[in-house]
Design a protein around this ligand. Structure first.
Ligand code: SAM
Length: 308
């Protein structure tokens, strides 16, 4: 088996979990079913965990757009089948440029699904520019690269008409954990040097080791992602340091997902909690404490952005 396959397969897991949670009405996504047909029942705590993840990231994306305006770029690293472009458009945000990036094996499938679906295709302007793994339309691009290769990253961004001078949001939802630290640091440093005004949203596992230093989840190890397992042991503070403070970002803030979940407005939380019976609240708390969102900014513009 190709050594990248287990990492690429994490997109299938994440997309299926999101698809199932959407099916149960945790949130609305009118586009995900075009990418994910098959899904299985998941435990209530998994569904709520995904709800918190999507809720947290959506809120931060909207806060960024409120501050930056729509003449901005959103670059989604390891985007998988993320439907953000269409969801933002539906909410009335016609973003200047949105770029989804993943391994070519993943983007090839994403391009295939988009190409065969007129509902997805119709919202793209001038979308006839498809290669096997890449898609270029007026303000939406899908590109296939390995993020460990900065030269490819730079070249392909140029093909997407990237502008280093306008506000740019990077999203990395459960992705950096799969990249060896020396490569993720090169990538983060390159971004912070190259983009004038930028913000980064990083969602990842934290606190995954017990007091003996043993990794508490076998999931990452089973996938052959030992490095990811080790990275997942970091605390919020060591994560902030290794990701952003060591890579020339101006500052960062982090919350575990329990804090994010607790910030959900009362009515919305009531609605979500009425969807399914949750037997073990403790299990949900533990799960949420093992994931975190960290945001980082360069310069002062996005420093005081309101998040939770
Ligand atoms: N961000 C999506 C989401 O949350 O639904 C997908 C998350 S999935 C857990 C991780 C994604 O990161 C996969 O699609 C995988 O292929 C991608 N990825 C991991 N390492 C990568 C690399 N070095 N270059 C490009 N993509 C990568």
């Amino acid at each position: 088996m190709d050594s990248l396959e287990p990492i690429q397969a994490t997109n299938d897991d994440a997309s299926e979990c999101k698809r199932y949670a959407v099916h149960l009405n945790y949130w609305i996504d009118k586009y995900i079913h075009f990418f994910v047909r098959h899904f299985e029942k998941k435990a209530p705590e998994i569904n709520r965990g995904y709800f918190a993840r999507v809720y947290g990231i959506n809120n931060i994306v909207k806060s960024f757009i409120q501050k930056a305006g729509t003449k901005c770029q959103i670059i989604n690293l390891g985007a998988g089948y993320d439907t953000l472009y269409w969801r933002l458009k539906e909410d009335g945000f016609d973003i200047y440029n949105v770029i989804d990036i993943d391994f070519p094996a993943v983007t090839a499938k994403k391009c295939y699904y988009i190409k065969r679906n007129s509902f997805l295709l119709d919202s793209l302007h001038n979308s006839d520019n498809f290669s096997g793994t890449d898609l270029h339309s007026f303000n939406y691009h899908v590109i296939g690269i390995d993020l460990k290769n900065i030269n490819d990253f730079e070249n392909k961004l140029l093909q997407c008409g990237v502008d280093y001078d306008i506000p740019t949001l990077f999203i990395s939802e459960c992705v950096l954990i799969y990249i060896e630290i020396k490569f993720s640091q090169l990538l983060l440093k390159w971004i912070s040097r190259k983009f004038k005004e930028t913000m980064f949203i990083d969602y990842e596992q934290v606190n995954m080791c017990d007091k003996f230093g043993e990794i508490m989840t076998t999931n990452l190890l089973e996938r052959g992602c030992l490095l990811a397992g080790l990275e997942a042991c970091k605390t919020l503070d060591t994560r902030k340091q290794s990701r952003f403070l060591n890579t020339e970002w101006s500052g960062c803030q982090a919350w575990d997902m329990m804090q994010i979940y607790n910030s959900v407005p009362f009515e919305e939380k009531k609605r979500v909690e009425s969807l399914e019976f949750l037997d073990e609240q403790e299990l949900l708390t533990q799960l949420l404490q093992h994931y975190a969102i960290c945001i980082a900014w360069k310069g002062e513009h996005f420093k005081n952005i309101k998040i939770i």
